[in-house]
Structures are given as C-alpha cells and as structure tokens.
Design a protein around this ligand. Structure first.
Ligand code: NAP
Length: 246
C-alpha cells in the first residue's frame, strides 16, 4: 500500500463498516468513517481508531444522494487528501414477498446497495486512475449468490453489485486498481439482530460453522483486499460466510 493511503468507508457508524474502518486504521490507512444518520456511531468508530493509534475522521455521506457523495469526497480531499481506497459498505434491506413489495422499498434497496456503490466508485476512480493505484471493495452478500424468498430486491441489488464489481475490475485492472467484492453470510449486526429468533436460529442451522460471523471476520478480508498484498486479486467475489455457500 502506498504511504499515507486514504480510505472512505460508507455506512461505517456501526457493524461491518465500523469494523472495516478499525482494521484499515490498524493497517496504517487514514480512514474517512462514513455515516448517514448516526454521527455518534461514527464518532465512536473514530475514537476507537484513534485509541489504536490510527487516523480517522467522520464523514457525512448518504449514498442515495449524489450531492452528499460529492461533498463527502471533497471533505476528505480537503482534510487529508485523495481517496485511494473505497469500501462500498452502506446497505439497506427491507424484507417482503415480491407480490406485495412496494416500489418505494424496491427503489430504496437498489439505490442504496447498487446505485450508491456505482456513484461512489465513479467519483473515486479519477484520482485512483491518476495515481495508478486504487482499491474498491464492494460489500455484497451471500444473497448475491443464491436467491432468498422475501429478499428479491436485496438479492437483485447484491447480484447487481457483483456484476458492477466484475465489470469495473476489467475496466481499470490495467491501471493498478483492483475491484473486488466480499459476500458475507449471516453476521451479528443490527441488520440481523432485528430478525425474529426462529429465523436467527434457522440461519445458524444453515451455516456449517454453526454460528453467526462477527463484523471483525468480514473486516479482516476487506482490509486484506484493500492492501498491497492483494495486488493480483481483481474481480474476485470472496465469500465470508462460515461455509454457507459451499
Ligand atoms: N449483517 C449481515 O448478516 C450481512 C450479510 C451480508 C451482507 N451484509 C452487508 O454488509 C453491509 C453492512 O451491513 P451491516 O450488517 O453492518 O448492517 P448495519 O449495522 O445495519 O449497517 C448498515 C450501515 O449502512 C448505512 N446506510 C444505510 N443506508 C445508507 C445510505 N443511504 N447512505 C449511507 N449509509 C447508509 C447505515 O447507516 P444509517 O443507519 O445512518 O442509515 C449503517 O451504517 C451492508 O451492505 C449489508 O448489506 C450484511
């Protein structure tokens, strides 16, 4: 990784995004901790990164809003420098059977999980191309690899994100930039905490590891893909799911 690498992680006020920030900060990366509605969560992540000796700053960014994305990148560029590492982690899910699913929920899911990642990547790429070095990691899901009743929108958004990953990898792979995706299985975060106990139990039974994953287990893979040692990993879709997709 080049010296003074700067990262922006979206949706990092808690969960996987927060853990990714801490893993990157420990690797010496200056981290922009993206948050939408939870500045306290972002401040907590920043404080933990700083306590570990890292450099971090909170950055407001709503990935459904192009202006907010522009402002976030400008803020990072002004305060610490150009973004060389982008982790498209912000995610939204609202489960429901397709037959009754509202257009509003469909749009919110696709706009956050897929269009948001595209808009952030498009904003990040010129500086990476100029530097001839960059890393984009998209946080997809096991739902990208297999369908899930009640998750048509979420699954479609994450499968789309894998398509975006592979196409971008081909577009920029000759310029020192890699674009990869991680596909977490069931991870202990707010996203899964809200599920009913019987559903959580079923998740565990489906997973060969026999347990939920931790945000840190996903963050370790994200941090690896963001580093220089992963320079020959491009367009990959890495499962981090305790064997769920095996
Ligand atoms: N947990 C799992 O089992 C699991 C499995 C597979 C994939 N994933 C993926 O992992 C990623 C992280 O999820 P998590 O489990 O850590 O969930 P989480 O704890 O619910 O965190 C989701 C994050 O995304 C942010 N976010 C939502 N909409 C946003 C928007 N429009 N703009 C910017 N940020 C936005 C949230 O911020 P606000 O609250 O401020 O909106 C929050 O920080 C997501 O992409 C998710 O799909 C999770």
């Amino acid at each position: 990784m080049p010296e003074a690498t700067i990262a922006l992680v979206t949706g990092a006020s808690r969960g996987i995004g927060s853990a990714a920030c801490l893993a990157l900060a420990r690797a010496g990366v200056t981290v922009g901790v993206g948050y939408r509605s939870d500045p306290e969560g972002a401040e907590e992540t920043v404080a933990k990164a700083r306590a570990d000796g890292g450099i971090a700053l909170p950055v407001a960014v709503d990935v459904r809003d192009e202006e907010s994305i522009e402002e976030a990148f400008r803020r990072v560029e002004k305060d610490v420098g150009p973004v060389r590492v982008l982790v498209n982690n912000a995610g939204y899910t609202k489960d429901g059977l397709a037959v009754k699913y509202t257009t509003e929920n469909w749009d919110a899911t696709i706009d956050t999980n897929l269009k948001g990642a595209f808009l952030c990547s498009r904003r990040a790429l010129p500086a990476m191309l100029k530097a001839r070095w960059g890393r984009i990691v998209n946080v997809a899901s096991v739902a990208a690899l297999r369908g899930n009743a009640g998750q048509a929108a979420y699954s479609a958004s994450k499968t789309g994100l894998v398509g975006l990953t592979r196409s971008l990898a081909r577009e920029v792979g000759g310029r020192g930039i890699t674009v990869n995706a991680v596909c977490p299985g069931f991870v202990e975060t707010r996203m899964t905490e809200v599920q009913r106990e019987e559903i959580r139990k079923r998740y565990v039974e489906m997973t060969p590891a026999g347990r939920f994953g931790t945000p840190e287990e996903v963050a370790a893979v994200i941090a690896f893909l963001c580093g220089s040692e992963a320079s020959y990993v491009n367009g990959s879709v890495v499962s981090v799911d305790g064997g769920l997709s095996a």
